[in-house]
Write a protein that binds this ligand. Structure first.
Ligand SMILES: Cc1cc2nc3c(=O)[nH]c(=O)nc-3n(C[C@H](O)[C@H](O)[C@H](O)COP(=O)(O)OP(=O)(O)OC[C@H]3O[C@@H](n4cnc5c(N)ncnc54)[C@H](O)[C@@H]3O)c2cc1C
Length: 408
């Protein structure tokens, strides 16, 4: 068996081109005031200008097939490209592979009818529309989608939807939403109760109540009221009762895509940590010479290294049509927690500067906090991992198949 951790030359070439594009074009455009309130127009114009440059450079939608205008990279190559792009804040938006559109593109590609793909996927791929994914509700635990209360009831040929959603990322300005609603309340199998719908957000009955103010400010995570929203039967995405499997199919690779982006952020935070430690003098030596600081650096390096291996291995499993759910759970938990810990250590090494907005770390830290519960809370992934480990042990007398099924 060959274990080769080098990318083929064409993938390495793309990775280096993305790195150069991020360094040369995106980073210089990311002035600190870009995210200030009142600067929204400047932010949008900056993204649009960079998107044109990305398209011209052939760096557009690494995850999508060429037939849809993408680069048709496999999951391991996407891992490489996404982590390069995420060394900047705008990178994934510029390449049109940002959440939640990236996950929605995959969903429409695999579950959409040709008509739905033409109407919704095409403009998304061209970068002229945005979308959102509406599943979580304030009244019930988002960790358990079988509890969803938003209901869709048949009325003649149509469906009438009533419900309440929140934390719907990108809802302001989204042309459409992929909405998960309960259609089969009586189904014996809880996972068969929900159906996915495509909703044009300009329809009467779809109302954005507010952009929820979070610890990181307002970032277009919206609360939505749905009142007597009437949908044609052609709005059903996938099969009736297939909402859960569609959500799971979407979330597996989408979770890994988050991990890929977080790796770029972790690496950037570690480099900031080292840079600061090598430049700051205290008690007779540079911070980088203190053992206490070296431990922070070393722990971060070890965790980042493990994160990279886990992400590459999970991507390899997806690429080779092997079971990947447990591996993605390992990744999601490990990478989200590494993100939090490494940025926090970098803040520590920067002292007051790290706590201020003169450094990017403060904003990175508040953003990092949601990684530990969005798209599956830590404890849910731990629950799944423990279940898989126990199942493997009961079946084979060994946990090996549930620890990546590696040959050691
Ligand atoms: C920034 C951000 C963006 C988001 N974007 C979207 C979006 O675009 N669309 C969307 O639909 N949702 C979105 N969400 C919602 C997100 O998916 C949910 O927050 C997540 O699924 C958890 O659901 P919840 O918040 O209801 O927490 P709950 O399910 O109430 O869980 C709260 C806590 O309880 C614990 N817990 C829950 N179940 C168990 C268990 N079985 N065992 C042990 N502990 C448990 C965990 O510690 C968990 O963190 C977003 C959230 C954030 C913060």
């Amino acid at each position: 068996m060959t274990i080769d951790f080098t990318f083929p030359p064409e993938v390495e070439g793309v990775r280096m081109r993305v790195r150069a594009f991020m360094e040369g074009e995106v980073k210089p455009a990311e002035t600190p005031d870009l995210w200030d309130e009142g600067n929204r127009r400047k932010l949008v114009e900056t993204i649009l200008a960079l998107r044109q440059k990305a398209k011209d450079a052939g760096l557009w939608m690494p995850h999508m097939p060429r037939a849809w205008g993408g680069m048709e990279l496999g999951p391991t190559a996407v891992a490489a490209v996404s982590s390069e792009a995420s060394r900047t804040r705008l990178g994934s938006f510029v390449l049109n592979c940002q959440a939640p559109d990236e996950g929605n593109m995959h969903t429409l590609l695999h579950f959409g009818t040709p008509e739905q793909q033409e109407k919704y996927l095409k403009p998304l791929c061209l970068g002229i529309t945005r979308s959102c994914f509406a599943m979580t509700e304030p009244e019930v635990a988002g960790s358990d989608p079988t509890l969803i209360q938003t209901s869709a009831v048949r009325d003649g040929e149509d469906w009438v939807v009533n419900g309440h959603k929140w934390f719907i990322t990108g809802a302001h300005g989204a042309a459409f939403a992929i909405l998960i609603a309960r259609t089969n309340a009586d189904s014996d199998i809880p996972q068969e109760r929900n159906t996915a719908f495509i909703v044009d957000t300009n329809l009467p009955g779809w109302t954005i109540v507010r952009d929820i103010e979070t610890m990181a400010g307002g970032h277009n995570h919206c609360e939505i009221r749905i009142e007597n929203l009437r949908l044609a039967k052609s709005s059903v995405l996938g099969r009736i009762g297939g909402g859960h499997e569609l959500g799971q199919a979407r979330l597996g690779p989408a979770r890994l895509a988050h991990c890929m982006r977080w790796i770029g952020q972790i690496e950037y935070a570690l480099e900031l940590m080292i840079d600061r430690a090598q430049k700051r003098f205290s008690h007779g030596s540079m911070l980088s010479e203190k053992q206490g600081i070296q431990w922070l650096i070393a722990d971060s390096g070890m965790e980042l290294y493990a994160a990279k291996l886990m992400v590459l291995h999970a991507a390899y499993k997806i690429e080779n049509n092997l079971p990947f759910k447990t591996e993605v759970s390992y990744c999601k938990h490990h990478v989200a927690n590494t993100l939090w810990r490494v940025i926090d250590r970098a803040v520590q090494v920067h002292g007051a500067l790290g706590y201020s907005n003169d450094s990017p770390l403060a904003k990175m830290l508040t953003q990092a906090r949601w990684a530990r519960f969005a798209d599956g809370a830590d404890e849910i992934h731990q629950m799944r991992i423990a279940q898989m480990l126990m199942q493997a042990y009961s079946k084979h007398g060994s946990t090996r198949s549930a620890t990546g099924d590696l040959p050691l």
